[in-house]
Design a binder for this molecule. Structure first.
Ligand code: UDP
Length: 247
C-alpha cells in the first residue's frame, strides 16, 4: 500500500493538528505498517499544546510526527472559540482500544509499554479478556534507570512489535520514541499517557456523561491528584487564557 497523502490540518497556538477521523487514522496505521518504516502518531490535548510551546525539544518531535490527532475537549473548545475548523476527536485511549481490537484480524503485533510495575501486564490480561484474538506481543512497565533504556528497547524489539504504545506521560514518552524508534523497529509509535492505567482498571474511566460533556480530564485529576496530574491541571488555565486573549 502506498503512503497516504498529507491531510488537511489546522494550527492551534503554533501546533499543527490534523483533521483526521478515527477511520482515517486507522487507514494511516495500515499504510504505516505496510511501509515498514517508523511513524509517530501524536494525540494532542490542551496540556500537550502548552508543553509544545514551552519545550523546544518536544516541539521538534511533534513537528516531525506523521499524524497529530485531536485528543480532548480543551482542543475542540479552543478551535471553536478561534473559528478554526474543529478536528474530529481521536483520543489516545479510544485509538489504542481500537488498535487492540483490530490487531488479531489484521495481524498487527501490539506492545504495551509503560505504567507502574504490573499495570501493563494487567492491561494486557484485561484486553485479552475483552478481545480474545488480541495480538498483544508483549508488555513491560515504564520504570527503569536511564542507563537501562537501550536494553529495555532491545527487549521490546525482540518481540517484533508493529505498534508500540508508550504510556509514560508527556514529554517522557515522546522523547523515548525519538531516541529509540530505530532500535525498537516498530512501524507505529503512539504516546498514550495513562491509557494502560485505564485498560488495567487501575484508573476508572469517567462516567459516560462526563466523557460526553468533555469533563473526563477533570475526573481523572480529581480521582488521582498526583504531582504530574496537578502540573497538567495548572496548564489548563494558561491554555484557556491564551485562547481567550488571542487576537
Ligand atoms: N509513567 C511511567 N514511567 C515514568 C513516569 C510515569 O511509566 O517514569 C507512567 C505513569 O505510571 C502513568 C503514565 O506514565 O501510567 C502517565 O499518565 P498521565 O495520564 O499522567 O499521562 P499524560 O497525561 O502526561 O499523557
Amino acid at each position: 500500500m502506498a503512503e497516504l497523502p498529507p491531510r488537511e490540518s489546522i494550527t492551534l497556538h503554533g501546533m499543527r493538528i490534523d483533521r483526521v477521523t478515527m477511520e482515517g487514522t486507522l487507514e494511516c496505521v495500515a499504510s504505516y505498517i505496510a511501509s515498514g518504516r517508523p511513524h509517530h502518531i501524536v494525540t494532542a490535548d490542551a496540556s500537550m499544546v502548552m508543553t509544545y510551546r514551552e519545550d523546544k525539544e518536544f516541539a521538534a518531535i511533534v513537528d516531525q510526527a506523521a499524524l497529530i490527532t485531536s485528543d480532548g475537549a480543551g482542543v475542540l473548545w479552543a478551535c471553536k472559540r478561534l473559528n478554526l475548523p474543529v478536528p474530529p476527536k481521536v483520543s489516545g485511549v479510544d485509538l489504542s482500544a481500537m488498535l487492540v481490537e483490530l490487531s488479531g484480524k489484521k495481524g498487527w503485533r501490539v506492545f504495551f509499554f509503560g505504567g507502574a510495575p504490573g499495570v501493563a501486564e494487567a492491561a494486557a490480561q484485561k484486553m485479552r479478556e475483552r478481545f480474545p484474538d488480541a495480538n498483544i506481543c508483549g508488555f513491560r512497565d515504564g520504570y527503569y534507570k536511564p542507563d537501562e533504556e537501550n536494553t529495555v528497547a532491545e527487549q521490546i524489539a525482540a518481540t517484533k512489535p508493529d505498534i508500540l504504545l508508550v504510556a509514560m506521560g508527556i514529554p517522557r514518552q515522546e522523547k523515548f520514541i525519538l531516541r529509540q524508534k530505530e532500535r525498537v523497529g516498530a512501524k507505529v509509535y503512539i504516546g498514550v499517557g495513562g491509557t494502560l492505567d485505564v485498560f488495567s482498571g487501575t484508573v476508572k474511566r469517567a462516567p459516560v456523561w462526563m466523557q460526553r460533556s468533555g469533563l473526563e480530564w477533570f475526573y481523572r485529576i480529581a480521582s488521582n491528584p498526583n504531582a504530574a496530574r496537578l502540573k497538567k491541571l495548572a496548564a489548563l488555565p494558561r491554555f484557556a487564557l491564551l485562547t481567550l486573549t488571542k487576537k
